[in-house]
Design a protein. Structure first.
Length: 173
């Protein structure tokens, strides 16, 4: 069999392993990919490729910024700046109709610009924003929606982790 056909069969086997054995997706993809490369090329080539690829990805200097983003996000969270960001944006936009939802989106945008992570922003700002919005009887869907919408702004505001990963990924043309 040729490589593309093996790849199609590999995807089918991967889904079967995922659903039948409930092995996490990352491990399933790694195992099936390794077995596919072993079948198409050779066992030694698959082992060498794993070592070379892991070294090339994790030794990239540009990706060292990701743990620093996470560290700064933790500093901001534990220092209580997220409450300060929320209060400051509330002072700007709280007097408008739906001002608390606007406040949530703007505070999420500010926090995601600091931390660089959408997930960290959603986790941190939901602890601050959702109780405040519940206090003023905002609908639960609007609570979750405004946190989710504001958290996704982190990708658009440079420097974000996603943009760093895209910028550090080599392009083979």
């Amino acid at each position: 069999m040729e490589g593309p056909i093996v790849g199609v069969y590999g995807i089918g086997i991967m889904f079967l392993v995922l659903f039948l054995f409930r092995i996490p997706a990352a491990f399933t993809m790694a195992i099936i990919g390794f077995l596919g490369v072993t079948y198409v090329v050779s066992f030694n080539a698959a082992l060498n490729m794993i070592g070379a690829d892991m070294w090339n990805i994790f030794s990239n200097y540009g990706l060292t910024v990701i743990p620093m983003f996470i560290l700064v996000g933790e500093f901001v969270h534990y220092a209580g700046y997220n409450d300060g960001l929320y209060y400051a944006t509330y002072r700007w936009f709280g007097h408008y109709k739906g001002g608390l939802a606007i406040t949530t989106i703007m505070a999420c945008a500010a926090f995601s610009a600091i931390s660089g992570s959408n997930t960290a922003t959603a986790a941190t700002m939901s602890q601050v924003a959702i109780p405040a919005m519940k206090k003023y009887n905002y609908h639960p869907m609007l609570n979750a929606g405004s946190v989710a919408a504001g958290s996704t702004l982190g990708v658009l505001i440079p420097p974000s982790i996603v943009l760093v990963v895209y910028g550090c990924t080599p392009v083979n043309l």
